[in-house]
Design a binder for this molecule. Structure first.
Ligand SMILES: [Zn+2]
Length: 447
């Protein structure tokens, strides 16, 4: 009853009151997702052209970048070929030239300010215009519904720093509109998880959202304590780092498939699995995604490439060909669901998460950990820290099946990748420390 009221009454009323385009854009996306790929590409190119033309006029940074590279973009003069000559923008440039990125048509005070979570150790200040925020929320609504959840239904969030509603307006919004219960990942312990289970049973949320690893820890608590009555319709893992063994345990704990999602603060939703759970559909109407090699040239389907994004929504602070420091693989196959949105096959991990081999090669820490965890029993959690080219520290949390063979097995598994010139040390730790944002880092490279 409350779910229906929330969906059909409170959500539309709230948008009307706020003058928001969120639901309008959501309805547009709901229909657009079924367009064929060519139609979607065409729509995307129109929006790309508009954003690049706008940036040439109103962003000091891009106007000068285009000019110094002999590129000219106007409303009638745009080619993808020229667009691909625009040098890639890095986080460093955004940090160093922040005011110059912001559109001259906006006052900074009228924009929404945000900071990135710093999951790669990089914290960035960003600004969004109001419409951009509404469009991003619309895309999130569409993707949330792919998980099995629907507008108006209660949600559970396993999240760091949950918001506390203040004042009547926020309290009303919380109960009638957002309908979310939180488990704070800044302090996950048996007591807080037990309390959350009780809260869950009262509210009966239809979906759970959170960083993959945080949901995993909660799922493990449920399995270990034989709690088998939490049954959401959807689970959305919003972190890119969803390991296979974590996914399996989460699905076992909730008897529900996990929907893997990839996004970032800078551009919002990038890609998300649909109900087929076979690769992630790219948010084509809102973001132009490129996968590039080390020379910033496009990679082929199936090959890992550095993810470079152009935001098509944020006129307040344009980001064009922005390197987000993640690595992904795309595919040209279409999904069984019939949506025309193209497929991001998988994420290989953040660039920063690759470890360096003495040979100069790189190895994805996430893959190394996944392989090790799936083969060596006795480890609950591990984190690789490459202190230098010849020293790797493994922070290891003992599992219940830990025995005398675990650590030698762990070293041996690492030796398949790193030869004797690399010292490998194991630290016995009680837990892996979290980032201040609440995210976990599985591998840290200090080289
Ligand atoms: Zn699909």
């Amino acid at each position: 009853m409350i779910a229906a009221l929330s969906k059909y009454v409170f959500h539309p009323l709230w948008d009307l009151k706020e003058g928001s385009q969120r639901l309008t854009e959501w309805r547009r996306l709901e229909s657009m997702q079924w367009w064929d790929e060519a139609e979607l590409r065409n729509y995307q190119t129109q929006r790309l052209k508009a954003m690049v033309g706008y940036s040439a006029k109103h962003s000091w940074y891009y106007r000068n970048l285009f000019k110094s590279n002999g590129l000219s973009f106007t409303d009638d003069n745009f080619s993808l070929e020229d667009f691909k000559k625009v040098p890639v923008t890095t986080k460093k440039e955004v940090r160093n030239f922040l005011p110059q990125f912001i559109s001259e048509q906006f006052q900074r005070d009228n924009l929404v300010q945000a900071k990135t979570g710093g999951s790669t150790g990089v914290s960035l200040e960003l600004y969004f215009d109001k419409t951009c925020q509404e469009y991003r929320n619309a895309a999130q609504l569409m993707a949330d519904r792919w998980s099995g959840w629907d507008i108006g239904q209660a949600k559970a969030a396993v999240w760091g720093n949950p918001p506390t509603p203040v004042g009547l307006k926020q309290v009303l919004r919380h109960h009638l509109h957002d309908r979310t219960i939180y488990l704070d990942t800044m302090d996950l312990n048996p007591d807080s998880m037990n309390e959350f289970v009780a809260h869950w049973r009262r509210v009966k949320p239809e979906a759970v959202f959170g960083h993959a690893h945080s949901i995993f820890i909660f799922a493990k608590y449920l399995v270990d304590n034989q709690i088998g009555d939490l049954r959401p319709r959807g689970i959305v893992a919003t972190s890119m780092m969803l390991l296979d063994h974590e996914r399996k345990l989460i699905e076992q704990a909730f008897e529900c498939p996990v929907t893997n999602r990839y996004g970032c603060e800078e551009v919002g939703l990038i890609a998300c699995e649909c109900e087929e759970h076979d690769g992630m559909h790219i948010n084509t109407p809102h973001v132009f995604v490129e996968l590039l090699d080390s020379n910033d040239q496009p990679v082929k389907p199936g090959e890992p490439g550095k993810i470079v994004l152009t935001d098509l929504n944020n006129y307040g602070m344009p980001l064009i060909r922005y390197r987000v420091e993640d690595v992904g693989v795309y595919s040209e196959r279409s999904c069984r669901c019939g949506r025309g949105l193209p497929i991001l096959e998988r994420l290989e991990g953040r660039v920063a998460d690759f470890l360096v081999l003495p040979s100069g090669g790189q190895v994805a820490g996430i893959s190394l950990i996944e392989r090790t965890l799936s083969r060596i029993p006795g480890i609950e959690q591990m984190q690789l820290v490459q202190e230098s080219i010849d020293l790797i520290t493994i922070n290891r949390v003992k599992g219940h099946d830990y025995d005398a063979n675990t650590d030698p097995g762990l070293i041996q598994a690492m030796r398949e990748t790193f030869d004797e010139s690399v010292r490998i040390e194991i630290n016995d730790v009680g837990a892996i420390a979290q980032e201040p944002s609440g995210k976990y880092r599985f591998s840290i490279c200090k080289v």
